[in-house]
Design a protein around this ligand. Structure first.
Ligand SMILES: NC(=O)c1ccc[n+]([C@@H]2O[C@H](COP(=O)([O-])OP(=O)(O)OC[C@H]3O[C@@H](n4cnc5c(N)ncnc54)[C@H](OP(=O)(O)O)[C@@H]3O)[C@@H](O)[C@H]2O)c1
Length: 281
């Protein structure tokens, strides 16, 4: 597990993490607890949440487990109410709950897969931010969305995912401007592929079912989970508006403006090893 950014950097603070049962969210919950925060953990799988909570409690911090679904506004309201009841404040909300896609657009029979991605990756974040905002405003805290470089560039085989992350970027950028002067910061984390999470295995295939297993292929440029976690904690401490991980990825949207054909070829080349089958029929 991740070494704390700085012991005590978040002491006295309360951090709410969605998607905390797995991958990025689980590692973030542990890292924030290790840095002194009390943490509220949210996702659908209660048994997995409890396992993550046990590792967080080993840091000596208080941990709240709230099972629920980000696509259900009532679950998100309950998460915030229970967090306030237990801890009395919310300083940072990290929206890490998310869903992937692994299908070409022309393999889809209908738009149900895209709809589900938008529900989880966009409305799910909006539901949590909306419920928590009054309390984050009171603490002059941070709203953080774990996004992707696919929030600023398109990627073949991931059309619905890239669409959802683009929409998430628009949501967060608009919210940041609305909140100017309120003391609330809004941060988006534009991550590359991350090793060691379940996103690929759970990504929806053309029929809307999870693909089930990740291919052995993984881009050599995928990043370590620990590096992403350190970047997120630093972004919250530094109240950064947008952070690319790794940093060189910030050049990709610039390249897409200056030399769009070249940018498309680079993305297509990176995806060449990904097993997205040819269209049916
Ligand atoms: N892994 C990567 O390569 C990568 C790269 C860039 C960005 N990201 C982003 O990082 C975030 C976390 O992904 P990950 O890689 O950690 O994947 P992961 O291991 O599959 O974790 C996804 C988390 O989201 C939760 N979740 C999914 N649907 C939910 C729902 N409807 N309600 C509540 N929780 C839900 C899952 O918990 P339950 O199933 O228990 O609900 C799980 O805790 C995502 O937003 C993803 O887009 C990942």
């Amino acid at each position: 597990m991740t070494e704390p950014l700085a012991a005590g950097a978040f002491t006295g603070q309360v951090v709410l993490v969605t998607g905390a049962s797995s991958g990025v969210g689980a590692a973030l919950a542990h890292a924030f607890a290790g840095a002194g925060a009390d943490v509220a953990l949210f996702a659908r799988n209660e048994a997995d949440l409890e396992r993550v909570a046990d590792t967080c409690r080993q840091t000596g911090r208080n941990v709240l487990v709230v099972p629920g679904d980000v696509t259900r506004p009532a679950d998100c309201r309950a998460l915030v109410e229970r967090t306030i009841h237990s801890f009395g404040r919310i300083d940072t909300v990290v929206a890490a709950a998310g869903l992937g896609m692994w299908a070409r657009f022309d393999q889809l029979d209908d738009t149900d897969v895209i709809k589900r991605l938008l529900e989880v990756n966009v409305l799910g974040v909006a539901n949590v931010f909306l419920s928590a905002l009054p309390f984050v405003r009171a603490s002059r805290g941070m709203l953080v969305a774990i996004s992707s470089v696919q929030g600023v560039v398109g990627v073949p085989g991931r059309s619905g995912y890239a669409a959802s992350k683009h929409a998430l970027q628009g949501l967060c950028d608009s919210l940041r401007i609305e909140l100017q002067g309120s003391g609330v910061g809004v941060s988006t984390i534009m991550a590359h592929w991350v090793r060691g999470t379940n996103l690929r295995a759970r990504a929806l295939g053309p029929d809307g079912a999870p693909r089930g297993s990740a291919t052995p292929h993984r881009s050599r440029s995928a990043i370590d989970l620990d590096d992403l976690i350190r970047a997120v904690l630093a972004a919250v401490r530094g109240r950064k508006r947008r952070v690319f991980v790794p940093g060189y990825l910030r050049l990709l949207p610039l390249l897409a403006e200056i030399a769009p054909g070249l940018a498309d070829r680079i993305v297509a080349g990176r995806m060449a090893g990904e097993a997205v089958e040819e269209p049916r029929g």
